[in-house]
Ligand binder design. Sequence first.
Ligand code: OXD
Ligand code: MN
Length: 631
Amino acid sequence: MAWTSPFAPRARRGRVFIQSASGTETGRRALHAGLHGVDGRDPEGECVGTPLESWVDEAARLTKPDRVVYCDGSEAEYQRMVAKMLSGRDTSTLNEKTFPNCYLHRSNPTDVARTEHLTFICSRQKDQAGPTNNWMDPAEARQKVGGLLDGAMRGRTMYVVPYIMGPVNSPISQVGVQATDSPYVVASMRIMSRMGKVAMDRLGSSREFVPGLHSLGDLDPQRRLIAHFPEEKLIWSVGSGYGGNALLGKKCFALRIASVMAREQGWMAEHMLILGLESPGGKVTYMGAAFPSACGKTNLAMMVSALENQGYRVWTVGDDIAWMKIGDDGYLHAINPEAGFFGVAPGTGMKTNQNVMGALRKNTLFTNVAMTQQREPWWEGIGGEPPEGLTDWRGEKWDPAKGPAAHPNARYTVPASQSPSISPKWEAPEGVPISAFVFGGRRARVAPLVYESFDWQHGVFVGATMASETTAAITGAVGVTRRDPMAMLPFCGYNMADYFQHWLEMGKKIPKPPKIFHVNWFRKGADGKFLWPGYGENVRVLKWILERVEGRGAAQETPIGYVPAKNGLTLDGISVPDAALDELLRVNPQDWEAELSNTKEFFAKFGARLPRQISEEHEKLARRLQPMVTA
Ligand code: OXD
Ligand code: MN
């Protein structure tokens, strides 16, 4: 891996006081035991150690922390981070009896979400970033972000967090190293990744790691920037402590940088949940599913199946990201690079996601949720009426006139192993073989409940035309369609036209490619009500997908793909009126005409770089729809 240092201006080498998490220099050496024999310093006292050490050294010279601490990932260290957080005003202990080892962190009110407009891909050529990314020239980014990072850790400690994205012994996993001045980030990284000594052991003295430098800076949104250097495989983030901006292993590495690596190396890094659907007899079929934010990815990954009594059960492998490589058996094999779930709390309750609720009862870090008088976490949608005396996400007595008690983007950070639905295969080094890809979005009209693409190329087109409608809560305008190809719009680290090309090429390389489907749980009737019950009932759609994978499953061919025949879905035990089912499965030519022109406009952004096959699929769809439109 070719990372070079974009530190600028290159500071004079000087000494940095380095400590291990346990507070001694020997601790750091112990972490490196067996990796290199020297003590990491040349006779003049300069670091001449591993590539990691020289990177840390440079990071420290730029940010000028008082101390540098290498994290070992131990429970004792986690508790030290929590103690540091508790010594400030923004973290509280939750009820130790009902929520043992759980904490509530309140972030700065201006720092509660990913900031896409401050997120940049700093490739040498603007074209490499493409029309859907913010681009900054790497030299300019070095200047700008470097300026913000210069001295940013004065008076603070720099924590060096080595981490593995993926199961410890998986060949698909990768090492990252994050330097940060936030104990909250260190604690979160311990839940979200395999962190500390295990990562050091895997890294050895190699330079095969993705470095990420993060500082809270002064949390001023004016001085916040998240910069990715795809050629160097490097991340710089300053001015935010929020998950997607600050836990650099997640969106920054596992999607933006990894998508670039995946293209270079012939694998896939996708914004996909991974689930296993167990069928009667115990066979498990694995699927990867991509949905834009706020479309229920975590709920689907951890679904309590409505057909459990018929032998259909859902196992969770991952809820957000999938890294996939072609296995010896010809299947695409997926790992979940993360070790925890960083999920949106509001809307999560016993009715919607019993498995998550079960997982959150211990060892969970909550962010920006409300708190009851019993010091239990609370949020809108948890079930029941708001209890008396709630403290809101800002830490003030809740006043309903001022908005919801929990921030709408309040989060839980929980070890994946705590989910009752966690798959026995979730840490399998070889990953799980993927038989189906499922794309989806929130569409009140247009997309039927489920359809299957004709082949891989058509499936790539289906993914590339993915879209979701904004809700009134977000924009004030219902039904505004935002194109979000493969749910990767904010996360693809390079030109999306090239990303489509990579998908097309992968299709040729995978001997047993997954079948590609599209789902839409959100279709509405003329009365504006949802036609499909959703949640645990979605397993009925997964069952049809499974049957299609196995060459069964009654289907009808339509211009957009195969839609279930009316008797194709298992509907016993629920009441979906006949007319609703017709509407759920209907392909309305007028809607699809509008869809064709909308997607054409979207694809035009990519100019000549758009793969010919995508335009070809667009034309083929238009041709297939033609007889319906003129009929
Ligand atoms: C997330 C997102 O937080 O996609 O996972 O926004
Ligand atoms: Mn996500």
